[in-house]
Design a protein around this ligand. Sequence first.
Ligand SMILES: [Zn+2]
Length: 88
Amino acid sequence: MDTVKQAFLAVVLVIMAAAIVYAAVRYAIFYRREHFVCPKCGHCWKPPLLRMIFSVNAVNGKILRCPACGEKEYVEPVRDRAPGRAHK
Ligand SMILES: [Zn+2]
């Protein structure tokens, strides 16, 4: 067997696993403390984890489809305890 190739594959797998763990930790923190607010209708929601990972990143927020009004909007994460319209 080609051990160099195997070692390279192992390194790639470790980097990929680290990237996935990093993303999971980031989103775990997001889910505990933050949510998105639709700029069109004001709906507050936390998108599914897979949607978070594969959605388009833009500056601080994301391009996501609002589950309430269906509009595709740029949304920024908002702290759960932000004053005003946090949770209804
Ligand atoms: Zn909306």
